[in-house]
Design a protein around this ligand. Structure first.
Ligand code: UDP
Length: 303
C-alpha cells in the first residue's frame, strides 16, 4: 500500500458479492445471512454452526476443491453455489482442482457481508490505467509494446531481465504447454441508474457467463446510466490472453519442470502470476514484485 501510494490516491471500497440462483439473490460468501435465507426464517450463529456440523462431510485433509467445500458446508451449498460455477470457470470438475481454488472463498457464521476482510480495500482513485501511466513516467523507463523480448533491437542489453510472461512460452514450450483459462469481457451500457443490487453478482447455475460486475457500486460514480461487464470463461489459445493458471496436480507437475529450469537462469528473474504459475491476487503479486526487488538490490541470487 505504501509503495503503490507513490503513484496513486485511493478510493476506499467494500466489495459485496451476491449469487443469483433458484430465482433469487443470495448473500455470498456464505454467512449467517445466507443461512437464514436458506431456512426462510431468522437464525443464530449457534444454529448455523450445529447445522453445518451435520451437513459437513468428513475430509480432514481435503485433496481437491470438491472435498474442500463438502468439508466446509456440505453437499447442498456445494451444489447451489460452487459446483457449476467452478465447472464453468475452469472447464474442470472441482474434483480436478486443488483445494485452494474453492478454498479461497471464506465461510462465515457471522453477518459479515464483505467479500474479503483485509483492512485495506481500495481502488486507485483515477483507475489502474492512470496508476500504471504514472509508474511508467520515468526518464529511465522505455516502453515497447507489441514487441517480443526475443526480437528486441541489438542496442538493448541487460544485466538482468524480469520476465512476467508465461513461463512455458519463455522456454518455447519445451516441456509441453501449461494449461490456462482465458476470459471474454462483454460490457453493456444500460439506460438505468443501477442494473443490479451489488457490485458483483455470480451466476453458478444460469447463463454462459460466470458473473456480472457493475463497478459503479465501487467507484461511487454518479450517473443516470450504468455500465456492466459480463465475464465469459473461455479456452486459452491463439489470440487469447492467459488470465488464470489452473491450480491442479497435473499442471503443477508440468510447472515444476519449468521451475527447475528457471532456477538455473543467471540473468532472469520470474515474477507474477504467469511466470510463477500461481493463482495470486493483486496484493500477493505486488508483494512478490517488491520481495524480488529487495533480493536483487541486496545482491542475493534470484529465486
Ligand atoms: N467460486 C464458486 N462460486 C462462486 C464464487 C467462486 O464456485 O460464486 C469458486 C470458483 O471455483 C472460483 C473460485 O471459487 O473460480 C475463486 O473465486 P474468486 O471469486 O476468488 O475468483 P476470481 O475473482 O479469481 O476469478
Amino acid at each position: 500500500m505504501d509503495y503503490l501510494s507513490r503513484f496513486t490516491k485511493w478510493h476506499q471500497v467494500s466489495y459485496q458479492v451476491l449469487v443469483w440462483t433458484d430465482g433469487k439473490y443470495w448473500q455470498f460468501p456464505i454467512n449467517l445471512n445466507t443461512f437464514e435465507q436458506y431456512l426462510g426464517r431468522p437464525s443464530t450463529t449457534e444454529e448455523m454452526e450445529s447445522t453445518l456440523a451435520k451437513w459437513r462431510e468428513d475430509f480432514p485433509n481435503p485433496k481437491n476443491s470438491e472435498e474442500m467445500v463438502l468439508s466446509q458446508v456440505g453437499r447442498k451449498f456445494y451444489e447451489m453455489f460452487f459446483r457449476n460455477y467452478t465447472r464453468k470457470q475452469w472447464k474442470r470438475d472441482p474434483r480436478d482442482l486443488d483445494a485452494s481454488v474453492c478454498g479461497r472463498i471464506p465461510v462465515r457464521t457471522n453477518r459479515d457481508n464483505r467479500f474479503v476482510t483485509e483492512n485495506f480495500q481500495a481502488l486507485p482513485e483515477e483507475g489502474y490505467t492512470a496508476m500504471f501511466q504514472k509508474m511508467l513516467r520515468h526518464p529511465r523507463i522505455t516502453l515497447r509494446l507489441n514487441t517480443d523480448y526475443r526480437n528486441l533491437p541489438k542496442e538493448v542489453s541487460y544485466d538482468r531481465m524480469i520476465y512476467t510472461g508465461m513461463i512455458d512460452e519463455f522456454y518455447q514450450f519445451s516441456e509441453g504447454r501449461l494449461p490456462y483459462r482465458s476470459m471474454r469481457f462483454e460490457p453493456e451500457t444500460i439506460q438505468k441508474e443501477f442494473f443490479q443490487p451489488a457490485m458483483q453478482v455470480n451466476y453458478p447455475n444460469d447463463h454462459e457467463y460466470t458473473r456480472v460486475v457493475e463497478i459503479k457500486h465501487a467507484t461511487g460514480q454518479k450517473s443516470q446510466v450504468t455500465t456492466i461487464v459480463r465475464e465469459y470463461p473461455e479456452d486459452f489459445g491463439p489470440g487469447k490472453e492467459a488470465y488464470y493458471p489452473i491450480p491442479a496436480p497435473d499442471s503443477r507437475e508440468l510447472y515444476e519442470k519449468y521451475a527447475a529450469k528457471a532456477k538455473d537462469e543467471k540473468k532472469v528473474t520470474f515474477v507474477g502470476r504467469l511466470a510463477t504459475y500461481r493463482y495470486y491476487n493483486m496484493d500477493q503479486v505486488v508483494a512478490m514484485a517488491l520481495t524480488e526487488y529487495e533480493k536483487l538490490k541486496s545482491g542475493s541470487s534470484p529465486s
